[in-house]
Design a binder for this molecule. Structure first.
Ligand SMILES: [Zn+2]
Length: 451
C-alpha cells in the first residue's frame, strides 16, 4: 500500500459519512428505535368513528402499527413518551380528491400557456414538493383523481406514488387515477379550446378520451395496465374547461354503464366528476362509487344517492378558491364558476339533511397545495357538525377508498397514521389547519411545539 495515511483518512471519512447517513435514516424511523414503542399522549382523542371525543388520549405505536388507543392507557415500560399537550389525537387526515402532480391555482391563461413548454420531468420534481406540504398538513392519504399534461404520455402520478412508497420522497399514501376518462370535447379533453389538430392528432383512449362503450372499456383497461388504483371519469361538463357547459351530460347511459361495469370487473372503484343533475342520475343509476363536486344535484337525486349508497365528495375548497380569484379566469369560466358556486351550498345542506354519505375531498391543485384542511371549516360553516366533518376526512374517506381495514381510525392493528390537532376541534374546527404533529406508518413527519 503506497499511501497508508491517505487510506486511513479515506476509511475514516467513509465511516463518518456512513454514520451520518445511518443516523439521518433512523431519525425518520423513530418508532423503530429504543425497543420500537412510542406512546403519544394528548388531552383528547378522536378515534375516527365515535360521535364524541375521549379525554386523556393515549396511542401506543410499535413499528408501523397502532398497538392500542384509548383513554388513560398504561404506558409500556421503556416506551418513548411524546406528550402533545392540549391537543386532540386523530387518525391522519385523508383527501379523496387531489391532483398532486398539478398546480392550477394561478392565472388560468398563463398556466395554460406555460403547460405548452413545460418539461414534464420538471413538473414531476415540483410535484414532490406538493406531496410533502400535503403530508406536513396532516394528510397521510390522498386519492389522486387525474394527472395529465397536454401532448404528454407520462404517468407522473404513478411515478410519484411509487417514489413515496419506496421512501424516495416524503408524501401521503396515494391512490392514483392516471388520466381522467372523458368524451371528445368534454371536461377532460385537454386539446379542447386549442386550434384543431394543433397537437397533430385527436386524443384517444391513450389520453383518456373515449367515445362509445368499447372505447371506454379500452381506456379503463389501459389505465389499470399502467398503474391506476382507481378510475376517474367526467360524466358532466366542468368549470375549468373552455368548450363545454358546466352541467351538460357528457356520456350516454350506455357509455356510463360500460365505464362502471369495466371498472368494477377489474375490482377498482369509479369516481365521477359531475356537476349536472341529469348526468348524476345516470351515473348513480349505473352504480358509480362517488360523485365529485355535485353542484347542481336536486334533492331527489341526493335521495337516489342515499338509496344506492353513493358517496358525495363536495370539494368546497375548489369553488371557494375560484370565486375568491375570479379575475384569474376567462369570462366564460367565471360564469360557470358563479353558477356552480351559487348552487353548491344548498346542495350540500340538502345532502346533510337527506343523510347522503359525505366524504372529504378538496380538488387540491385548484388552490395551492397544503391548504386541504380548510375544507373542514367550509363543511362546518354549511351546517355539518364538526365531529362529522372529522369523520368525513378520516373513516368515511377510508371506506370510500376501500382501505378501512388498514387506516382511517385509531385502533389496534391499524397503520400508525396519526396527527395532533391543537385544542378541541369540536369547538374550533380550524385547529385542523394547524396540526402540531404528524406520523405516517409509525414515522414522525412533524413534531412541533406543544400547544
Ligand atoms: Zn379535480
Amino acid at each position: 500500500m503506497k499511501h497508508p495515511r491517505l487510506f486511513l483518512f479515506r476509511f475514516l471519512w467513509l465511516a463518518t459519512i456512513s454514520t451520518v447517513l445511518l443516523s439521518a435514516g433512523t431519525a425518520g424511523r423513530a418508532a423503530d428505535s429504543a425497543g420500537g414503542v412510542i406512546a403519544l399522549k394528548a388531552t383528547r382523542l378522536f378515534d375516527g368513528k365515535a360521535k364524541t371525543l375521549l379525554t386523556n388520549g393515549v396511542v401506543i405505536v410499535q413499528g408501523d402499527k397502532i398497538v392500542d388507543a384509548g383513554s388513560n392507557l398504561p404506558i409500556p415500560q421503556g416506551a418513548q413518551v411524546i406528550d402533545l399537550g392540549d391537543a386532540t389525537l386523530s387518525p391522519g387526515f385523508m383527501d379523496a380528491h387531489t391532483h398532486l402532480t398539478a398546480d392550477f391555482a394561478g392565472n388560468y391563461n398563463d398556466r395554460r400557456l406555460k403547460e405548452l413548454d413545460l418539461n414534464v420531468s420538471e413538473q414531476a420534481i415540483t410535484a414532490t414538493t406538493f406531496a410533502r406540504v400535503t403530508l406536513e398538513a396532516g394528510f397521510t392519504t390522498v386519492r389522486d383523481l387525474g394527472s395529465r399534461f397536454v401532448g404528454s404520455k407520462e404517468f407522473v402520478d404513478v411515478a410519484l406514488r411509487n417514489s413515496i412508497n419506496h421512501g424516495v420522497v416524503p408524501g401521503p399514501r396515494m391512490l392514483v387515477a392516471t388520466y381522467g376518462i372523458g368524451a371528445t370535447g368534454g371536461h377532460f379533453d385537454s386539446t379542447a379550446g386549442f386550434r384543431d389538430m394543433l397537437f397533430g392528432r385527436e386524443p384517444d383512449y391513450s389520453d383518456g378520451i373515449a367515445d362509445g362503450p368499447d372505447a371506454i372499456r379500452k381506456a379503463v383497461r389501459f389505465e389499470v395496465k399502467n398503474g391506476a388504483d382507481v378510475i376517474k371519469a367526467a360524466v358532466s361538463g366542468g368549470v375549468l374547461s373552455l368548450t363545454d357547459e358546466v352541467d351538460t351530460p357528457q356520456f350516454t347511459p350506455a357509455e356510463i354503464a360500460a365505464l362502471v361495469d369495466e371498472t368494477h370487473r377489474l375490482r377498482k372503484k369509479i369516481a365521477v366528476h359531475c356537476h349536472g343533475d341529469q348526468a348524476a342520475k345516470d351515473a348513480i343509476e349505473a352504480g358509480v362509487d362517488s360523485i365529485e363536486h355535485g353542484s347542481f344535484l336536486k334533492p331527489e337525486t341526493l335521495q337516489l344517492m342515499k338509496t344506492k349508497g353513493t358517496y358525495l365528495v363536495p370539494t368546497l375548497m375548489a369553488t371557494e378558491w375560484i370565486l375568491g380569484k375570479l379575475d384569474a379566469y376567462p369570462a366564460a369560466l367565471q360564469a360557470k364558476a358563479k353558477a356552480a358556486g351559487a348552487a353548491r351550498s344548498e346542495m350540500f345542506r340538502n345532502a346533510i339533511k337527506i343523510g347522503v354519505k359525505i366524504a372529504l375531498g378538496t380538488d387540491a391543485a385548484v388552490y395551492p397545495h397544503g391548504q386541504n384542511a380548510k375544507e373542514f371549516k367550509l363543511m362546518v360553516d354549511l351546517g355539518m357538525p364538526p365531529i362529522d366533518a372529522l369523520r368525513a376526512g378520516t373513516s368515511v374517506d377510508a371506506d370510500l377508498l376501500g382501505i378501512s381495514a388498514k387506516v382511517g381510525t385509531l385502533e389496534k392493528g391499524k397503520l400508525a397514521d396519526i396527527v395532533a390537532i391543537p385544542g378541541d376541534p369540536t369547538t374550533d374546527i380550524t385547529g385542523t389547519e394547524r396540526v402540531s404533529f404528524v406520523m405516517k406508518e409509525g414515522k414522525i413527519v412533524k413534531n412541533g411545539a406543544k400547544p
